[in-house]
Design a binder for this molecule. Structure first.
Ligand code: CUA
Length: 333
């Protein structure tokens, strides 16, 4: 490349950087949708502009000095500055002041986001598992997995813990990344401000399928939330006698699924997710795949193949039984 074209070199980098700003970014923290996320966003923006101010000042003075005092032909050697008390005090005080401007709002945000839950907050217990999320609503008698339903506008008091290793609960649009630690209960309080579906994921390396430990938060209207709670509290769907689903119900027993999963009144095991209302979820396998027959078939045929390290083993279910199992699971709404 001729030397006068060298300035073109950074162009591909620059265009890549600009292209990266297009979106959509379903896990962006820069579009806060809860009081918690909003507080962090304000803090970020404040500190960002303080940093811009410092950058412009420092670089401005640096450029000015470089140009003003550049070497000139025949100019005398500059006199070194030594022990200038005013200068030394100034460049000690200025950074200290900058730190105060950062520290005060930071501390205020920390205290605001660690505050006690207001009265009437919806209690949700979050339990991290390798590799899926369990949600319990202790006051509502609801237990579900991976897809968390919250009513818009109501404060939520999360109590987070883990059944095995350290995970981290993170739905960026709603703020709050909180570690989920075995033997300890961490707290997180936030109020989602509007109806939407938020994507999130485990944010702490927790083993082979850490990247497959996804979550969804469905923030819905109060009415829709009440309807969802009614549906989740209802007993398991009735399986018609003589149907394919009934054969699937028997297969569910025969292949030992009841040893790990709660399913209505049939079983109450707690190793894997509660499947009583699996048919009402949009995803399966820790939020990895859409909840449809094709993905259920792939998943049931070889769980560790679909989600490396999966505790659910390959049960070598024959295809005929697989079809009945899928019919049964899909009917559990
Ligand atoms: Cu759970 Cu990473």
């Amino acid at each position: 490349m001729p030397s006068h074209r060298r300035w073109l070199l950074p162009l591909p980098l620059l265009s890549a950087a600009i292209a990266a700003c297009g979106g959509p970014f379903p896990q962006s923290t820069l579009r806060p949708r809860s009081d918690f996320a909003g507080a962090i966003d304000v803090l970020f923006t404040d500190i960002f502009w303080w940093a811009v101010l410092v950058f412009v000042l420092v670089e401005g003075v640096l450029l000015f000095i470089i140009i003003r005092h550049r070497r000139r032909e025949g100019a005398p050697t500059p006199r070194p500055t030594h022990g200038h008390t005013v200068l030394e005090i100034a460049w000690t005080l200025a950074p200290a002041l900058v730190l105060v401007f950062i520290a005060v709002p930071t501390m205020r945000t920390i205290f605001a986001t660690q505050a006690e839950a207001p009265a009437g907050a919806l209690r949700v217990a979050v339990v991290g598992h390798q590799w899926w999320w369990e949600y319990r609503y202790p006051d509502l008698g609801v237990v579900t997995a991976n897809e968390l339903y919250l009513p818009a506008g109501r404060p939520v008091a999360f109590e987070l813990t883990s059944a095995d290793v350290i995970h981290s609960f993170w739905a960026p649009g709603l703020g709050g990344k909180r570690d989920v630690i075995p033997g300890r209960t961490n707290r997180l309080v936030l109020r989602p401000d509007s109806v939407d579906t938020f994507l999130g994921q485990c944010a702490e390396f927790c083993g082979a399928s850490h990247a497959n430990m996804r979550l969804r938060v469905m923030v819905v209207s109060d009415l829709a939330f009440q309807a969802w709670v009614r549906q989740q509290r209802a007993s398991a769907a009735l399986v018609p006698r003589g149907s394919v689903a009934e054969q699937g119900e028997q297969a569910f027993r025969r292949f030992g699924c009841i040893g790990c999963h709660t399913m209505g009144t049939m079983s109450n095991a707690l190793v894997g997710p509660n499947l009583t209302h699996l048919g009402s979820r949009t995803t399966i396998a820790g939020g990895l795949f859409p909840n449809d027959s094709a993905h259920l078939a792939r998943w049931l045929a070889d769980p560790p193949g679909e989600k490396p390290g999966s505790i659910m083993p390959n049960m070598h279910v024959p295809p005929a039984d697989l079809a009945t199992l899928i019919a049964f699971l899909r009917s559990m709404r």
